[in-house]
Ligand binder design. Structure first.
Ligand SMILES: [Zn+2]
Length: 282
């Protein structure tokens, strides 16, 4: 695993060095291309990849294209969704290529927080700035996927919903699925209050470590919430084998120089992207 956006292997004439973060467990599959982008000072808005943060769409596209070159995907073919902190899983085929590549047009781009495809050369992209990126691959059925799990998506079990959608729509056996947990705000930096803890407990996952109560703040009870662990437990409950889940264990807030962090940047953050694609034979 290498940190993204760290100088050292710039392509001559290509501007700043872009080094996407990769998961070792995904890199072993030759048909899968994937990468997680980061903050890069030489790029517009430090590499923001989102059309939802109010920037110039042409420059967002240029950032995506720059990262796409390094990951090996065509930015014109990227498929995205309008992320709404829900648990809807959108499945696409090759006819969706380019849907969300240049804009998040509400008439064309559905609201969802997970994407799946079995189509080659149809790269999927979701954006993040503290929420948990989840990556999926089923090498038996040749399916790839992504999910976006902030606290709302986590307590709505988008992790489990994505696994179940892979089974229902593509015939995946959960035990075949390889999953990755990307950089997200860590338990070191993420405090939540009672509505979040109530929603977590309502899922009925038996675990004593996802939440840790700390001293009250302004008279309100507060807990540390371990989003990565919560999502790992939900993946395991859905049937993903523990040894097939790789966690990057990177806190975006502690590593705000490398990744945008909504909390560390007081809401002014851009979005980094998780991108995944199957490569075809054509
Ligand atoms: Zn932290």
């Amino acid at each position: 695993m290498s940190a993204p956006g760290v100088a050292g292997d710039a392509i001559a004439g290509a501007g700043p060095a872009l080094t996407p973060l990769r998961l070792a467990s995904f890199a072993r599959y030759p048909r899968v291309r994937h990468g997680i982008t980061g903050r890069v000072h030489g790029l517009w808005r430090e590499g923001d990849t989102s059309y939802a943060t109010g920037g110039d769409p042409a420059r967002v596209f240029d950032n995506r294209r720059a990262w796409g070159v390094r990951i090996g995907v065509d930015a014109e073919r990227i498929v995205a969704v309008r992320q709404v902190h829900g648990n809807t899983v959108d499945s696409v085929d090759a006819s969706a290529r380019g849907r969300g590549a240049r804009a998040l047009d509400a008439a064309r781009v559905p609201a969802a927080d997970a994407l799946l495809t079995a189509a080659a050369d149809t790269p999927l992209l979701l954006g993040f700035a503290d929420c948990t990126p989840l990556l999926f691959h089923d090498p038996a059925r040749d399916v790839v996927g992504l999910a976006h799990a902030g606290w709302r998506g986590t307590v709505a079990d988008i992790a489990g919903e994505t696994v179940r959608a892979m089974s229902a729509r593509f015939g995946s056996a959960p035990g075949d699925i390889v999953a990755g947990i990307g950089p997200a705000i860590g338990r070191c930096c993420y405090m939540v209050d009672q509505p979040v803890t109530d929603a977590w407990h309502a899922l009925g996952v038996a675990d004593e470590t996802v939440l840790e109560e700390i001293a009250p703040v302004a008279g309100r009870r507060q807990w540390r919430f371990d989003l990565a662990r919560a999502n790992r437990l939900l993946l395991e409950r859905a049937g993903v084998r523990p040894e097939q889940i790789e966690d990057t264990a990177i806190c975006t807030s502690c590593n705000v120089e490398a990744f945008p962090s909504h909390r560390a940047q007081q809401g002014q953050a851009g979005r980094f992207a998780a991108i995944i694609s199957l490569i075809g034979n054509d």
